[in-house]
Design a protein around this ligand. Structure first.
Ligand code: TYD
Length: 396
């Protein structure tokens, strides 16, 4: 049974940044009620109302993994580890984005799956076999008929976007070789609850996985987790290494028990934990609004740093408009000169000169805090302050 615990109000589609033309023509944005629920049976946390994927992943998807140094570094390390440990003959990536990971592998050994055609075009151009399709059983059958089996299936920040998890895992087990390994990584529910980072919830993140839920879901496909790595990426993620239960050549690492124990101890099995989280979210909203109000009272300009999908949840839930945050700065070409979804806040291209003239920046891309604080050390040493809401709203 799905029990609701969090209501983040009416929200626009994150990642649907409005163009100037759309703004001028009074384009009617799609709004939906963002509610989050807990499944008491398999312990999976998901959005109550799911949005049609075709509205979200199309030929205009702005996010590119290669634009982030943190992600590039993480993918480089991962590919070295995969090559050393698993020596893949054939590697399939579901949600290959612009090829930030596959570029570390030999072109003949890779299959990319990416439904956003603007991104699929990039890996095709680089010479990687790419299916610009949604991951489903039909596609798995097509790939199997050509390649028989795949040794490594990898998917980062993608499976949480696909509503039909049964189809996802059925399709993966269809093509995974007998001793093949599935590696998935996604934001961690435990980290989200610990950090009160409720902005992990938006239309694209249909699910927020815990190790407990992943274990429960894959069980019926005769799959099991044999290792878990804790990552810093995307505000705290888990990387799950999964094998067929029939494959006894790989031992189960103690990291699996350790993570599940941590999650049980935090209360991820209990609905009451989620109700408490919802209370903390409300407090977080009030505190952030108070901080912004105080800063604004002194006629300060506040810049939003990083026009993230996550920031869309914050702005629309907290009711933050362009009378509070004057504009956002972002390095992604597909976002600049557009407007934050649901709010009349313009996104300008990243510009150091503008930053030099500013005292306050709201950290929209808080998940890249380390990278950003290094990049903006001059702003900080000149007395500039960041405003963040994670883990508690404060000025840094
Ligand atoms: P992302 O981490 O993908 O967050 P979400 O999934 O919530 O959209 O997006 C990070 C955004 O921050 C991306 O648009 C690029 C931007 N950004 C900068 O503008 N400057 C930076 O130095 C970094 C690290 C990110």
């Amino acid at each position: 049974m799905n029990k609701k615990f969090l209501n983040l109000g009416l929200q626009p589609l994150a990642n649907k940044y409005l163009t100037k033309k759309e703004k001028l023509s009074n384009f009617k944005e799609d709004f939906y009620r963002l509610e989050v629920c807990f499944n008491t049976k398999n312990k999976l946390v998901s959005l109550y109302k799911k949005i049609n994927v075709k509205k979200m992943f199309n030929n205009n998807y702005p996010y590119k993994s290669s634009l982030s140094l943190t992600m590039l570094k993480s993918f480089k390390e991962l590919s070295t580890m995969i090559k050393k440990k698993f020596k893949p003959k054939l590697f399939l990536e579901i949600g290959s984005n612009d090829g930030a990971l596959v570029q570390n592998f030999n072109k003949n050994k890779v299959i990319c799956v990416e439904p956003c055609s603007n991104l699929a075009k990039i890996t095709k151009k680089k010479g990687y076999l790419t299916f610009d399709k949604y991951w489903n059983f039909k596609l798995a059958k097509k790939i199997k008929s050509k390649f028989k089996t795949v040794n490594i299936v990898y998917s980062a920040n993608t499976l949480t976007h696909i509503e039909n998890l049964n189809d996802v895992f059925k399709s993966i087990t269809h093509i995974l070789s007998k001793n093949g390994v599935l590696i998935i990584e996604d934001p961690s529910l435990l980290e989200c609850l610990k950090k009160i980072s409720y902005d992990q919830f938006y239309n694209e993140h249909i699910y927020l996985f815990s190790a407990i839920a992943v274990k429960n879901i894959i069980n019926k496909f005769k799959l099991e987790i044999f290792d878990i790595q804790v990552l810093d990426t995307h505000g705290g993620s888990l990387r799950y290494f999964i094998k067929r239960t029939s494959n006894k050549s790989i031992l189960i690492n103690k990291s699996v028990k350790k993570q599940i124990k941590k999650e049980i101890n935090f209360g991820l099995n209990n609905f009451s934990t989620y109700k408490k989280f919802a209370q903390k979210v409300k407090k977080s909203r009030n505190k952030l609004n108070n901080i912004l109000k105080k800063v604004k009272k002194n006629k300060n300009i506040i810049i939003g740093y990083g026009a993230t999908a996550k920031a869309t949840t914050i702005l629309n839930y907290c009711g933050i408009d362009n009378d509070t945050i004057d504009f956002f700065l972002d390095t992604t070409p597909g976002k600049v000169n557009k407007f934050m979804p649901g709010k009349n806040i313009k996104i300008l291209p990243y510009n150091k000169k503008i930053i030099d003239r500013t005292n306050y920046m709201f950290l929209g891309a808080w998940n890249f805090k380390k990278e950003i604080f290094i990049k903006e050390s001059k702003f900080i040493s000149n007395g500039g302050k960041f405003i963040t809401h994670v883990p508690i709203p404060k000025i840094i």
